[in-house]
Design a protein around this ligand. Structure first.
Ligand SMILES: NC(=O)c1ccc[n+]([C@@H]2O[C@H](COP(=O)([O-])OP(=O)(O)OC[C@H]3O[C@@H](n4cnc5c(N)ncnc54)[C@H](O)[C@@H]3O)[C@@H](O)[C@H]2O)c1
Length: 393
C-alpha cells in the first residue's frame, strides 16, 4: 500500500492505493456514496457497463445499480445467489451474453456483489478480448475486506473449490459501507472474522482498536465499518505488496484456514447452505492453530486468550458445530491445498502457526511449518469439548 492519504480529491470518499507486485489500483470507500461512485465510473468513459451480480442483489439494489450506470448503456449479467454458481457453465453463459450484447474493448465490467459475483466478474473481464477494465463494488464484508484486495479470480470445478482461475487486477474498487446495512448478521461477521485474523496474524498493534470497536457493541455502525475496512486494507496490503501470487509472505493470510476450511467443508456436506459461514469456520481454525502454538510453547496463555476474546467478541461460539465430526475434519485437513509448498510428508501438513501475535513461524522464507495430524486432533478436542463462551486455555 503506497499512499497513506486518508482522503481523495473525490469529496466524501476515502482512498488508499493498493500495490500488489507490479499492479497498482485505487480503493475508494465511504458511506452512502453511490453518486460519487457513479461519477468515478463515468470518468472511465466506458461505451458499455457490464454489471455482474446475483438475483438477490438485483432485487435489493436495482435502483442503486441504475444510479451507478447513470447515462451509460449497460447490461446486467445475473445468476442465483451463492457459491454453487461459481462454475464454468455460469461463466460461459455470462461471456456469451456479454458478447451478444455488443461488449467491446472499451467496455467496463462492474462486479456488484459479494465474492461470488466478484470472482465471476474478474474472470469475465480477464477473458473478454484478453482483458477489459474491471471495477469492483463489493457488497459483503468478505468481498470488501478480503477478496477485492487480492488479484486471485477463481471458480470451482466438479472436483474442488477455486480450482479454475487466474490473477487479474481491477481498475478500481469502490465500497459504500451503506450497502452492508442489508447484510444478514452471519455474512457481516464472516468478513469481520477474516479481519480479526489479519489483526492476530499480521498487525497485533490494531488489536486495541478492534477491542474498542467490539466493545462499542455495534459492528454494523458506519464508523466501525470504515475503520475495519481501512485496517483490513493496511494489514492485507502489508503481506501482498511484494507477493503478487500470495505464494510467499501472503501465505500468512491462510492463518486459521487449514482446519477452518475443513470444518466449513464438513459442515456444508452435513447441512448444505445452512452450514457454518466461511469466516466463522476460519475463526475456529484460528483457535485450533492457537492451541497448537501453545502446546509447542510458542504462544502464551494470554495470547491464546486474546484469540478467544476476539472470536467470542464477534459473537461466535468457540466450539465445533454439532453436525461436524472430528474424524471427518482430520480427513479433509490431510488433503489441504497448501500441499506442495513444502516437501510432502506422510505424517504432517503445512500449517500457518504463530510464534507470537503477528509473528508466523517460517520454514525457509515461507510462513509455514509442518504440523502432525495428532497435534491437530489434540487441539481440535479443545474446541469440541468447550461449551460456549469460555475464555482462556
Ligand atoms: N482472493 C479471493 O479472490 C477471495 C477471497 C475471499 C473469498 N473469496 C470468495 O468469495 C466467496 C465468498 O464471498 P461472499 O461471502 O461475499 O459470497 P456471496 O457473493 O455468495 O455472498 C453471500 C450472500 O450474501 C448476499 N449478499 C451480498 N451482498 C449483500 C447485501 N449487501 N445485502 C444482503 N445480502 C447480500 C448474496 O446474495 C449471497 O446470498 C467464495 O466463493 C470465496 O471463494 C475469494
Amino acid at each position: 500500500m503506497a499512499s497513506d492519504s486518508p482522503f481523495s480529491e473525490r469529496s466524501g470518499l476515502r482512498s488508499r492505493t493498493i500495490e500488489i507486485g507490479e499492479e497498482s489500483f485505487p480503493y475508494y470507500f465511504g458511506e452512502d456514496c453511490i453518486a460519487e461512485i457513479s461519477d468515478a465510473i463515468a470518468d472511465l468513459a466506458p461505451d458499455r457497463l457490464i454489471f455482474v451480480t446475483d438475483d438477490h442483489l438485483l432485487e435489493l439494489y436495482r435502483p442503486e445499480m441504475q444510479r451507478l450506470a447513470a447515462g451509460t448503456q449497460s447490461i446486467t449479467l445475473t445468476h442465483p445467489a451463492g457459491e454453487s454458481m461459481k462454475t464454468l457453465s455460469c461463466l460461459s453463459d455470462h461471456l456469451e451474453t456479454a458478447l451478444r450484447a455488443g461488449v467491446t474493448r472499451r467496455s467496463v465490467v462492474v462486479s456488484f456483489g459479494g465474492g461470488v459475483p466478484g470472482n465471476l466478474a474478474g474472470l469475465l473481464a480477464n477473458l473478454l478480448f484478453r482483458g477489459v477494465r474491471l471495477v469492483h463494488v463489493p457488497t459483503t464484508t468478505i468481498a470488501a475486506m478480503d477478496s477485492v484486495l487480492s488479484l486471485k479470480q477463481a471458480i470451482n470445478s466438479g472436483v474442488g473449490k477455486n480450482h479454475i482461475g487466474t490473477f487479474y487486477a481491477p481498475t478500481a474498487v469502490y465500497t459504500d459501507v451503506g450497502l452492508f446495512t442489508t447484510l444478514p448478521e452471519r455474512e457481516l461477521r464472516s468478513g469481520l472474522c477474516e479481519m480479526a485474523k489479519n489483526c492476530l496474524a499480521i498487525r497485533p498493534s490494531t488489536l486495541d482498536q478492534l477491542r474498542a470497536v467490539i466493545a462499542a457493541g455495534d459492528l454494523a455502525a458506519p464508523n466501525s465499518l470504515l475503520w475495519l475496512l481501512d485496517a483490513s486494507i493496511a494489514a492485507k496490503s502489508a503481506v501482498t505488496r511484494f507477493d503478487t501470487y500470495e505464494r510467499r509472505t501472503g501465505l500468512v493470510l491462510e492463518y486459521g484456514h487449514t482446519v477452518g476450511h475443513a470444518i466449513e467443508i464438513c459442515d456444508h456436506r452435513a447441512r448444505g447452505g445452512a452450514g457454518i459461514a466461511h469466516g466463522a469456520a476460519i475463526a475456529l481454525g484460528m483457535l485450533v492453530a492457537a492451541h497448537i502454538s501453545y502446546a509447542r510453547g510458542w504462544l502464551s496463555d494470554d495470547e491464546v486468550s486474546v484469540h478467544y476474546e476476539i472470536v467470542t467478541g464477534l459473537g461466535l461460539p468457540p466450539c465445533l458445530p454439532a453436525s461436524v465430526d472430528l474424524a471427518d475434519v482430520l480427513a479433509v485437513v490431510a488433503d489441504d491445498n497448501k500441499k506442495g509448498y513444502l516437501e510432502p510428508r506422510a505424517d504432517a501438513v503445512p500449517f500457518v502457526l504463530l510464534r507470537a501475535l503477528g509473528r508466523p513461524e517460517t520454514t525457509g522464507d515461507l510462513p509455514l511449518v509442518y504440523v502432525s495430524i495428532p497435534e491437530i486432533r489434540q487441539a481440535l478436542t479443545f474446541i469440541t469439548k468447550r461449551s460456549t463462551a469460555a475464555v482462556g486455555v
